[in-house]
Design a protein around this ligand. Structure first.
Ligand code: GDG
Length: 482
């Protein structure tokens, strides 16, 4: 049926975005995202293809080769971007799956666009996959693709990884299309989540909505002919390329830049740091409230302690994001207006994206890293801070509501809604003796280096290979770990 041709790939990634950005001069540049780094070894080893949107509306480009990967661009019209991406993905699913921190909006027109665009991704992946290939679908923009793919290509093995939380049933059940989304995901052989709790929430939704049996991580999915197959729904916590952060942190240029950053801030005794996409899930307002109160209470002084907040621009055309930006900028203005001195600022707020080297310099300059997410699938920034602290110093304050809290128990864990507790913990972090910092940081680093992104992708692909062997026998093109 599907004779392999040189254009057909044994390993196909399907993600909303291609791993490249188009520069103004039309050249393609590798995008800095973690997923690209995560999958790079896998793509190189297998005969890999990547299906995704190039990031600009109405951009029509033919498939092309980029650094050894076959890229298959999906065209999204300006209307698709508005309805499927900004609408259903980022204004329905994103707030609903992050525990309704912002109100999700339910629109039938958005849903119809989501179905159409998911079908387009599934068709492109089905087209490029070789006989018996492995296809790995990424994230909440593409939840219907696994089932669509299974219908188009019953010969392939399908994985899906969910980068954001999966909510408790009481919230999930709000979704008018709750059955279709569960059925879409269950098209996969392996459905990966960040936390054990996410996989549990998913299994519960499947039991309640579809009445399928679940046993340990296995879900019995009826195949329509009286037989059932087992879909595995399990936690595979994502990670980072820890060594590449340590390597940057060892570079003399980055270390010099870290010193320069401190000097630029007037050499405060302590620097607190937040690095987030400007998103309402990240708890940036809670962090600022706590810091503002510490200044008001005279627990800290702006000449002594500075909060650096990098808030990289994100989803600016979605109303909730534009509102959040206004609120945060108002808060920063108020706090700085009250507490800044001629020589020192209370909050250095930066609404930009920065190169990775600058991020690592910031991590090195920061005595305390504040991760106060109200809900977060994992939070890679927490792991990046830890990986960069080659000096075994620095304190990580980490929200229990970030997936990373399951692994990083040696951080100072906080409930960001409890402002009193958050203030106390920030003070504890500021005052923490070097020996305790070292004990905690060494333990955090051990975890992050042992469970790096390569371990993550290998364990996911190993689960997919096991699913294939169970259902179809060993494949000739198995993507085995190196
Ligand atoms: C989703 C889930 C999950 C940010 N600003 C700059 C910059 N970044 C980088 C960080 C980090 C990445 O972007 C953000 O990852 P996070 O995990 O912190 O958060 P989301 O973007 O919400 O990611 C999340 C993740 O998917 C992976 O599964 O952990 O829970 O929400 O790598 O460093 N990088 C550079 N300049 C910036 O200004 N270079």
């Amino acid at each position: 049926m599907t004779t392999p041709t040189p254009e057909r790939a044994d390993f196909v990634v399907v993600a909303n975005r291609l791993p490249v950005d188009r520069a103004e001069n039309g050249e393609w540049r590798r995008s800095p995202g973690g997923l690209v780094t995560a999958l790079e070894p896998m793509m190189r080893r297998a005969d890999g293809a990547w299906v995704g949107w190039p990031g600009q509306a109405d951009l029509e480009v033919e498939p092309f080769e980029f650094e050894g990967t076959h890229l298959v661009p999906i065209v999204l019209s300006a209307e698709d971007v508005e309805l499927y991406y900004e609408g259903f993905s980022n204004d329905t699913i994103w707030p609903l799956y992050h525990d309704v921190i912002a109100a999700p909006r339910y629109s039938r027109v958005w849903w119809e666009s989501y179905v159409r665009v998911n079908q387009r991704f599934a068709e492109a992946a089905a087209e490029v996959a070789a006989e018996g290939a492995t296809i790995w679908v990424q994230d909440y923009q593409l939840q219907l693709v696994p089932k669509m793919l299974r219908e188009l290509r019953p010969d392939v093995t399908i994985g899906y990884f969910h980068h954001i939380p999966f909510p408790a049933y009481g919230l999930y059940s709000q979704l008018p299309w709750r059955r279709q989304v569960l059925e879409g995901l269950l098209g996969a052989d392996v459905i990966g989540f960040q936390r054990v709790a996410d996989a549990g929430n998913f299994a519960r939704a499947v039991r309640r909505q579809l009445r399928y049996d679940t046993k340990a991580s296995g879900i019995s999915v009826p195949m329509g002919d009286g037989r059932t197959r087992i879909a595995l729904a399990k936690a595979f916590p994502i990670s980072i390329d820890a060594e590449s952060y340590a390597e940057l942190a060892r570079s003399p240029e980055v270390q010099a830049r870290a010193r320069e950053i401190r000097e630029g801030l007037g050499n405060p005794r302590k620097i607190l740091l937040g690095v987030d996409r400007l998103d309402y899930t990240k708890g940036i307002r809670h962090r600022m409230k706590a810091f503002g109160e510490l200044l008001t209470d005279h627990k800290v002084d702006a000449s002594d302690v500075t909060l650096v907040q990098v808030a990289s621009p994100s989803r600016e055309r979605v109303v909730a994001y534009a509102q959040l930006r206004d609120e945060i900028e108002l808060t920063v203005g108020r706090i700085n207006g009250t507490f800044d001195t001629m020589g020192h600022t209370a909050i250095r707020y930066l609404h930009h994206g920065y190169p990775r080297e600058e991020m690592v310099a910031l991590f090195l300059a920061a005595d305390v890293m504040l991760v106060t997410a109200l809900r977060d699938g994992m939070n890679l920034v927490a792991k990046e801070y830890v990986a960069s602290r080659i000096d075994n110093r620095g304190v990580l304050v980490l929200s229990e509501f970030a997936g990373a809290a399951d692994e990083l128990g040696s951080a100072l864990l906080i409930n960001p809604h409890d402002i009193v507790g958050l203030k106390d913990t920030i003070m504890r972090a500021i005052e923490m003796p070097g020996a305790e910092q070292g004990r905690r940081m060494r333990s955090l680093r051990r975890r992050v280096f042992e469970h790096d992104v390569e371990a993550w992708s290998q364990s996911f692909v190993a689960a997919l290979d096991a699913a294939r062997r169970r259902d179809r026998g060993p494949g000739p093109r198995e993507v085995a770990p190196a």
